[in-house]
Design a protein around this ligand. Structure first.
Ligand SMILES: *Cc1c(COP(=O)(O)O)cnc(C)c1O
Length: 404
């Protein structure tokens, strides 16, 4: 008799585009930090859907808000007002200290919207000659999968054979403020950067980097656009990762945890007149700002604050990092992280990180490798100290194991 697990995986493989290579587990239920597969095995989720499920799986208050709103009104399009959008604006602006908000759906759409907006700002406010706007980005960036975005990726896998691409982007090394100073010219409208490079393997820039970046952008009238789609909303132990250096971006991008994993909701936030340049008819989205998305996002932001998840991320993140650093294993090359955005980088001789993730799965932990040799660890922000210790025992067991 064939097990249903095999059927799900085989059927996906047969009909689906093979653009992912999932770990061999079929999930059917989730609650808090836990998920269960179709055979009833329980796992600690150490990926949280790439940080979208920061509030924990199926958070009851977000669920209730979603169900309640779904009974009342789901979509109006922006051709009409709805009674959720204004409240969403008010609450996200109060939470983040932003002045203007543009609601979108996916993270990549927020990035695209920011690019359009800063270019428009460049032409209409800064006075850059039409068609000449330049945006500076970093090597090893990850900002999503749309054509505009992959065009300035430096990963051959991400951009290979998808061109031709749009011009207007300049790539500099991440964490290198002098390189930014050198790259800026009178046509530079923005510097688009992740506070911590997540997909590149949780790369944390040197202390003081963002202070210098902020000064350079201000001095040159260049908009600092921080992609906080992964780092934002508590993941790093602060509401926004920019707060670790006490700076403020001109434009902030949020997504992922903005809906607690229930629904795609993203937003462009701006502290200045960048979003003010958009006029009716110049940008839009059928689903962007719909009442269901707004109700879900409002609940997702509320529980994040009311239930102390941001402080918990700082506390449990420190505990997790310390515990990982205490593991004595020659497979480990580096352990790093901020809040609950953590990574274990393996020695190249230790083999691919994927094998370790599969071994972790057998022990009840779901984690995902990134870039061959790095295991990323990003559990929901509701994780407890006991659950961190439970996970650490299993990480220690796997990392000290000899796979060769
Ligand atoms: C996930 C992510 C995106 C893209 O978000 P999607 O919702 O997948 O389009 C963009 N930037 C960063 C930093 C991300 O982590």
């Amino acid at each position: 008799m064939s097990s249903p697990v095999v059927d799900f995986i085989a059927t996906e493989a047969r009909f689906g585009a093979r653009n992912y290579e999932p770990i061999g587990v079929v999930l059917s239920r989730g609650e808090g930090v836990w998920v269960w597969d179709t055979e009833g095995n329980r796992y600690l989720d150490c990926l949280s859907a790439y940080s979208a499920v920061s509030q924990g799986h199926c958070h009851p208050k977000i669920l209730a808000a979603m169900v309640e709103q779904a009974h009342r009104l789901t979509l109006t399009s922006r051709a009409f007002h709805n009674d959720q959008l204004a409240l969403f604006y008010e609450e996200i602006a109060a939470l983040t200290g932003s002045h203007k908000v543009l609601p979108m759906n996916s993270g990549a759409e927020a990035v695209e919207s920011a690019i359009k907006s800063v270019r428009k700002w460049g032409y209409e406010v800064k006075g850059v000659p039409d068609g000449k706007a330049e945006i500076i980005v970093c090597a090893n960036n990850f900002h999503g999968r749309t054509l505009g975005v992959v065009g300035f990726s430096t990963d051959p896998e991400t951009r290979g054979h998808f061109g031709p691409f749009a011009p207007g982007f300049k790539v500099i090394p991440f964490g290198d403020a002098p390189a930014l100073a050198e790259a800026i010219n009178p046509n530079t409208v923005a510097f688009l950067v992740e506070p911590i490079q997540g997909e590149a393997g949780v790369v944390i820039p040197p202390a003081g980097y963002f202070t210098e970046v902020r000064e350079l952008c201000t001095a040159n009238n260049v908009m600092l656009v921080l992609d906080e789609i992964q780092t934002g909303l508590g993941r790093t132990g602060k509401l926004l990762a920019e707060q670790h250096e006490g700076i403020e971006a001109d434009v902030t991008l949020l997504g992922k945890a903005l809906s607690g994993g229930f629904y795609p909701v993203s937003a462009v936030l701006s502290n200045n007149d960048v979003l003010g340049t958009l006029r009716p008819g110049q940008h839009g989205s059928t689903f962007g700002g719909n009442p269901l998305a707004c109700a879900v996002a409002r609940a997702a932001m509320r529980v994040l604050v009311e239930e102390g998840m941001i402080e918990n991320a700082a506390r449990q993140g420190a505990r997790f990092l310390e515990g990982l650093k205490d593991i004595r294993a020659n497979t480990i090359r580096d352990v790093r992280g901020r809040g609950l955005m953590l990574a274990v980088e393996l020695h190249p001789e230790a083999g691919r990180a994927r094998r370790y993730c599969e071994a972790l799965q057998a022990k009840g932990i779901l984690a995902k490798d990134t870039h061959e040799h790095t295991i990323r660890i990003a559990p929901p922000l509701v994780i407890t100290g006991d659950q961190v210790d439970w996970a650490l025992e299993r990480f220690a067991a796997i990392l000290t194991q000899d796979f060769s």
